[in-house]
Ligand binder design. Structure first.
Ligand SMILES: [Zn+2]
Ligand SMILES: [Zn+2]
Length: 310
């Protein structure tokens, strides 16, 4: 298989663009897609301080690598969830990446008590592990971004992630979540950092190939807690459709984004705007919440009560 852009040998075929690329052309293509995402959605500039949410997996490490190579000021934050070997190994990957590239990586523990991981915490508060994990990660990332004066918080969500999420939101007509599903969420006065997803134009497969070509060593294993998640089912379904009809994934998600843009031009306040209007600082920690105490502090309070009892 030959590269469609140069005389080189192709390492990856990309049916949705009807092309095949060699290693250097693949890197160039990935960088161009990220630049286009950033420009199109006005995500950030080279003057902005960017904090990348790093998990040790392919998406977040590839994102960090690309932003740095493209000349953005990007540091990383790793939240250690205390999920046994999985967390130990993913933390090692994140730290090794930072060290080899002389990049700044913050690391934080998900729970104040090192002996309690996310699984134990979820059991204590009787909530699903992934919901507990999501709550903690959102909190830690936002708090660090705001406290350390970062302009933007970047996550490695790719086209597969966003299309699968869209499918879930459409299947269950989650109007409120549909409103909020965007590759860029603005900062708010109430203390939410601006959030961006610069990989929304690249698929999982393309990002994995980018990592191989650019010698990025990542943890291949998915989070063991995510097994059986509905999002994985939607991804599989979309892959079946994509195989039969290349380009379906991007036309599904990008088409949705086009619709959202058209809608945003009309003057109707969106649900998320109405939401924002009801936010105020949490009485415990000062982070924005619509309740008296934010869900993170509620979680921690519950866990502490149980700790004292036991
Ligand atoms: Zn080439
Ligand atoms: Zn709080």
């Amino acid at each position: 298989m030959k590269c469609r852009k140069c005389p080189g040998k192709a390492v990856l075929s990309i049916p949705r663009h009807n092309t095949a690329l060699c290693s250097p052309c693949l890197t160039e293509y990935a960088h161009a897609q990220v630049e286009r995402a950033i420009g199109r959605e006005k995500m950030c500039t080279k003057e902005d301080k960017i904090l990348v949410a790093v998990s040790g997996g392919k998406d977040s490490l590839a994102l960090w690598d690309m932003l740095r190579k493209l000349g953005y000021q990007a540091d990383g934050l790793y939240v250690d969830l205390g999920i046994g070997q999985y967390s130990i190994r993913s933390r090692e990957k994140a730290e090794a990446f930072a060290e080899s590239r002389n990049a700044t990586l913050f690391t934080q523990d998900a729970t104040p008590d090192e002996s309690i991981g996310i699984r134990e915490l979820a059991d204590l508060v009787r909530r699903p592990t992934c919901a507990t994990c999501g709550c903690i990660k959102r909190y830690q990332f936002n708090r660090t971004a705001v406290d350390q004066d970062y302009d933007v918080l970047a996550t490695g969500h790719n086209l597969d992630d966003e299309a699968a999420r869209l499918m879930g939101n459409v299947l269950h007509w989650q109007q409120e979540f549909l409103e909020k599903q965007s590759p860029v969420l603005p900062a708010s006065m109430e203390g939410f950092a601006k959030k961006i997803k610069p990989l929304y134009r690249l698929t999982e497969r393309e990002i994995a190939a980018y990592c191989v070509v650019n010698s990025i060593d990542y943890i291949v294993q998915d989070c063991p807690m995510a097994t059986g998640s509905r999002l994985l089912v939607y991804k599989e379904a979309l892959n079946v459709i994509e195989q039969a009809s290349p380009g379906s994934k991007q036309s599904f998600y990008w088409g949705f984004l086009d619709q959202q843009r058209k809608k945003a031009k009309s003057d109707q306040p969106s649900i998320s705007d109405q939401d924002r209007a009801t936010l105020h600082p949490c009485e415990e920690c000062g982070q924005p919440t619509s309740a008296t105490i934010c869900s993170y502090c509620k979680l921690m309070a519950k866990a502490k009560i149980h700790q004292k009892v036991s």
